[in-house]
Unconditional design. Structure first.
Length: 117
C-alpha cells in the first residue's frame, strides 16, 4: 500500500503542474517534486521517460523538505523562501518531456450534464 501511495503522489504532481508554475499549486508541486528528485525519492528512466518512487528515499526526502520549509517559516526568511522557490519551483527537462507527451489529454474536465428523460 505504501508504494502505491507514493506512486499516486507522483502522478498527482503531474496533474497539478500541468496548470503551470504561475499557479500556486503547480509551483508548490514542482518545488516538492524537484526537491524529492534531488533527494533520490523520485527518479526518471531517461530511455523510457517513466518515473519511479523510492519508498525509503521518499520518507527521508519528505522529512528533509518539511524541515527546510518549517525552518524558513519559523525564521520568517523571505530570502531563503525565494531561494528555495527559485531553485526548485521550475519545470525541469525530464518533467517537460512528460508534460509534452500529455498534450492530447485535457488538463481538467468540464462535465456537461443532460437532463434525465
Amino acid at each position: 500500500m505504501e508504494q502505491s501511495m507514493y506512486v499516486t503522489y507522483v502522478a498527482g504532481v503531474f496533474r497539478s503542474v500541468r496548470f503551470g508554475t504561475n499557479d500556486a499549486h503547480g509551483k508548490g508541486m514542482a518545488l516538492q517534486f524537484n526537491f524529492l528528485s534531488d533527494e533520490g525519492a523520485i527518479s526518471c528512466n531517461p530511455s523510457t521517460g517513466r518515473f519511479t518512487a523510492n519508498v525509503e528515499n521518499f520518507k527521508k526526502g519528505a522529512k528533509k523538505l518539511t524541515q527546510v520549509i518549517m525552518t524558513i517559516q519559523a525564521e520568517g526568511s523571505y530570502d531563503k523562501a525565494k531561494a528555495l522557490f527559485d531553485r526548485y519551483a521550475v519545470i525541469r527537462p525530464e518533467m517537460q518531456r512528460t508534460l509534452d507527451a500529455l498534450t492530447g489529454i485535457p488538463v481538467d474536465i468540464e462535465p456537461h450534464f443532460t437532463p434525465l428523460q
